[in-house]
Design a protein around this ligand. Structure first.
Ligand code: ADP
Ligand code: MG
Ligand code: MG
Length: 534
């Protein structure tokens, strides 16, 4: 799927300093009054905060061709089903994680989760259902042969896919600025029919509510497992409010540390209960809460497990009767190594056929069209070869690494990590390979760089509270940018029931300055944005 040319260099339109000042004031006050917010930076977050800052945001939405935006939405059901099936295929996951050698051994974090899950699996699973709240991330790619723009997948997230509720509010903020100011009539695309609907909060809460319903105990709670000192709490709180208001489901939030002493499993049923000091209980009377669903907003990075007790707590939750979002196999299914494995000849086709109308409207071929070439550093025969004949003939190490060195300028290397800041780019690749032990190579994948449109820009607003010298004011800067589109979806599935899923669960745009390779909003590299369809 490709799109005709849009002149990206006309974005953003020129605005006067007065216009930028007025829009910045409207945008930031809207954000603060609508919970498009973060807790301010501080070494430890107080239990009852007294102030917020607005999330980093853009002043204008970013242009995305309508056909590609709609295509990304159409693909989501197939992606939901694909990753649900991967998570249910023990043999496949064992193979990818490396039953004998490989990721499981080279990567202590992934290996610990994988081995822990295998032990739980062997002892017997009491809860067959898995819940996934997913986000498939894309960039626009200009590198196609015919010069058209296409949609290419960066990665598929299966754990802690964040910024649903905040991105809904970022889209609403742009719609508000448009309704108020008409963006001063600066460009014809800025009109309401080009601002797509974004109802992420309701849709993601619906996924959690479906799991809760399937568990079958209406009075039970949903547990949010959260990181200590989390600043992105409002993105999570909006889901809690939606669950309570629309579904009458109560949420309790705890860290792994708290759960280490509060969580217990009933010996026979493995019902998960949390012991709560009555005064701290979310409801005034209960001291033991039954948990229907465990939603992880922590547990995806090694630093979430500073001690073996933290892993033990994760495994206790995994063994329980509660429905996990995600289970460990579903978390592992979101690894970059799985993404690379699926791209090998014939592999994704084992999970999704091309013309399986019963499944979805899109098939394996359509998914493949959204992929860049990927390979493992120990691959004897990578899918892309350098032009140099001598390098192609080289035999003194696996070609995967040799080719990655030769093609470094057009590649990114990725380990099995989430949360940003872990990848190695372009000219950093050859020296990095020198230091990478042989046995670790299997745990890394090489991926061709997606080439987003150049010359496109945006006005980015960062809260002064986090910028030295701004004394709590805001700074709006015009930058050349890259925008990443994320499409949310959810799936509730088991081998017995098959896959129930929802493909249109809202979307997210994060925009970063071109000078930064990575784009984490929480890490401060990028801002929350929305779409204007062109
Ligand atoms: P993480 O799980 O840590 O978010 P990602 O695969 O999303 O890992 O990589 C982080 C960031 O790196 C992305 O948001 C994107 O900005 C950039 N990136 C990753 N892969 C590519 C690629 N193939 N081409 C261009 N940029 C990429
Ligand atoms: Mg990720
Ligand atoms: Mg990412």
């Amino acid at each position: 799927m490709a799109s005709a040319a849009f002149d990206y260099s006309q974005w953003p339109p020129s605005l006067t300093d007065d216009q930028i000042g007025a829009l910045t004031q409207h945008a930031t006050t809207y954000a603060l009054s609508h919970g498009l917010t973060y807790l301010p930076p501080s070494a430890t977050q107080p239990p009852s905060p007294s102030s917020v800052i607005h999330a980093p945001i853009s002043l204008l939405p970013s242009p995305i061709p309508r056909s590609l935006f709609e295509r990304a939405q159409q693909l989501q059901s197939s992606y939901n089903i694909l990753y649900a099936r991967v998570a249910m295929d023990d043999d496949f996951l064992d193979k990818v994680m490396g039953a004998v050698e490989g990721v499981g051994k080279a990567d202590e974090f992934v290996g610990t989760l994988w081995r822990g899950w295998k032990a739980i699996r062997d002892a017997g699973i009491v809860q067959p259902l898995h819940l996934g709240l997913f986000r498939s991330d894309y960039l626009l790619h200009t590198g196609g042969e015919d010069g058209t723009i296409s949609l290419k997948q960066v990665e598929f997230n299966t754990i802690s896919s964040s910024f649903g509720p905040l991105s809904e509010r970022a889209a609403a903020m742009h719609r508000y600025l448009h309704a108020l100011t008409n963006y001063y009539g600066v460009l014809p695309w800025l009109k309401s029919e080009n601002f797509p609907l974004n109802d992420t909060t309701a849709r993601l809460a619906e996924g959690l509510a479906e799991a809760h319903k399937a568990y079958g105990v209406p009075s039970a709670y949903i547990l949010f497992v959260v990181q200590p000192n989390e600043r992105n709490v409002f993105d999570q709180r909006w889901l809690e409010y939606e669950l309570l208001e629309k579904h009458s489901i109560r949420v309790v939030r705890q860290t792994f540390e708290e759960l280490a002493s509060s969580a217990t499993l009933d010996a026979d049923t493995r019902i998960l209960r949390l012991a709560i000091v009555p005064a701290l209980s979310p409801s005034w009377s209960e001291s033991s809460l039954e948990i229907s669903t465990v939603y992880f907003r922590a547990g995806y990075v090694p630093s979430d497990y500073p001690t073996t007790t933290h892993y033990a707590t994760r495994f206790t939750l995994e063994r329980s009767r509660a429905i996990k979002c995600p289970t460990i196999p579903l978390q592992l299914a979101g690894g970059k190594k799985v993404q690379e494995f699926l791209s090998r000849p014939g592999v994704v086709e084992q999970f999704i056929r091309d013309t399986d109308a019963r499944d979805t409207v899109t098939g394996a071929k359509d998914l493949r069209e959204t992929w860049m070439s990927m390979w493992s550093l120990d691959d004897p025969n990578p899918p892309v070869a350098p032009a140099d004949h001598a390098i192609r003939q080289c035999t003194d190490e696996p070609r995967g690494a040799t080719y990655a060195r030769a093609l470094a300028d057009s590649l990114v290397l990725k380990p099995q990590r989430e949360g940003g800041g872990n990848n190695v780019y372009k000219q950093d690749i050859p020296p990095f390979l020198e230091t990478l032990p042989m046995q670790d190579r299997e745990a890394w994948i090489a991926m061709q760089l997606i080439l987003p449109p150049q010359g496109v820009g945006s006005y980015l607003i960062r809260a002064g509270g986090s910028t030295p010298g701004l004394n709590g004011g805001n700074k709006t800067v015009r930058s050349e940018t890259v925008s990443e589109l994320g499409i949310f979806g959810w799936a509730l599935f088991s081998r017995e029931t098959g896959v129930r899923e929802r493909g249109d669960a809202g979307w997210l745009v994060r925009t970063k300055g071109v000078e930064s390779n990575e784009g984490g909003v929480a890490a401060g590299f990028s801002v929350l944005d929305s779409v204007v369809l062109v």
